[in-house]
Design a protein around this ligand. Structure first.
Ligand code: AHG
Ligand code: MN
Ligand code: MN
Length: 334
């Protein structure tokens, strides 16, 4: 069987769009290369203390970097020089990342979480890179923060790389969700999941249940509903929580289910939840909607939220349509 590579798929998409210049395809190809480099290092994470990282880092005499810092610097280094961006923001950087003058005339804005789930690296659990791409709204000139703070519904592409049992890329450009698996023997992402649709009713709920005492009432009610036999499955859902959003999300996308990270009253930091609107919630919300699911903050569609700041946090309920609608119903009552 002929195997479609992600580059072929991108080129096909480009040909189908009369306005396409090829620059968007180049942008995704740059991201793919960065992800392959990150994947290579993630795959030997356990060997770092035995062998040390080789190459760039050692030659420069820097001390071995933590993998999340490594992933961040690979993405910044590659994407900064692509000539395709006008602005860039990472979960790891407090402010917008500077793009050198001669490279900053691109049309696109890239926002990313370089290594999501990074607390799991030391114990060999899946992690991933999440990305969100916007087009700039002004014709030219320096990018202002307001241009980066666009609603998620304006994203032109979003997705993630998952460094799991295999390395996968899942993305959408608003025309369905497609999944590719890295074949390490040829170094190419091959189409493995065409047009992913998530089940309308899930059978899994994913939440850090240790925080039960800190949750608001609607979250407790909906989790009780998923655990009861009164739900659409007529039996308790399975509880699955890796603590790596991108991995929890991916499993639920394929099997059907809901991921919940509500606001809680642990301390003043968690009153809007933990997850970030721009680099985590928005891109996954775009993916899930394209796969037939939903993403809300309890009441509102994630993609309709007007961001006020780069690192804004948001409560997140994301997954199978009817499960998310149940959350909305219970929040509506309270
Ligand atoms: P990151 O590793 O990018 O900082 O993100 C961690 C996030 C997310 O991946 C995960 O779903 C969540 O933190 C888990 O939080 P709790 O430990 O509070 O459950
Ligand atoms: Mn994260
Ligand atoms: Mn991260």
């Amino acid at each position: 069987m002929a195997q479609v590579t992600v580059t072929e798929q991108l080129l096909l998409h480009q040909k189908a769009s009369p306005m396409a210049t090829g620059r968007f395809t180049m942008l995704l190809n740059e991201l793919i290369l960065a992800a392959k480099i990150i994947s290579r290092e993630v795959n030997k994470a356990g060997l770092v203390n035995v062998l040390g990282f080789t190459g760039e880092i050692n030659i420069q005499g820097e001390k071995v970097k933590k993998l999340d810092e490594f992933a961040n610097s690979v993405l910044i280094h590659r994407m900064q020089r692509s000539g395709l961006l006008c602005a860039m923001s990472s979960e790891e950087n407090a402010d917008l990342i500077e793009i050198p003058d001669k490279f900053k005339h691109g049309d696109y804005i890239l926002i990313f979480d370089p290594l999501d789930g990074s607390s799991n690296i030391d114990v060999n659990v899946n992690v991933g890179t999440i990305f969100s791409i916007f087009r700039r709204t002004a014709e030219n000139g320096p990018v202002r923060l307001e241009e980066v703070l666009q609603k998620g519904s304006e994203q032109v592409a979003a997705g993630y790389f998952l460094y799991g049992t295999s390395t996968m890329m899942v993305y959408t450009t608003g025309d369905g969700v497609h999944g590719f698996t890295l074949d390490p023997s040829v170094g190419e992402f091959l189409l493995s999941h065409q047009n992913i649709m998530t089940p309308e009713d899930g059978k899994i709920y994913s939440i850090n249940e240790g925080y039960w005492n800190y949750w608001d009432e609607p979250t407790r009610e909906v989790v009780s509903y998923f655990k009861s036999s009164a739900n659409t499955q007529k039996k308790p859902y399975s509880s699955r929580y890796i603590g790596s959003l991108v991995s929890d999300f991916h499993r639920n996308l394929i099997y059907g289910g809901i991921f919940l990270y509500p606001k809680d009253h642990r301390d003043s930091k968690r009153t809007s939840g933990k997850l970030r609107l721009l680099c985590e919630a928005n891109p996954l919300a775009f993916v899930i909607e394209q796969a037939g699911g939903l993403a809300i903050d309890g009441q509102n569609r994630i993609l309709d939220i007007e961001p006020c700041e780069l690192h804004q946090r948001v409560p997140l309920f994301i997954g199978s349509k009817n499960d998310v609608l149940k959350v909305k119903e219970l929040y509506g009552k309270s």
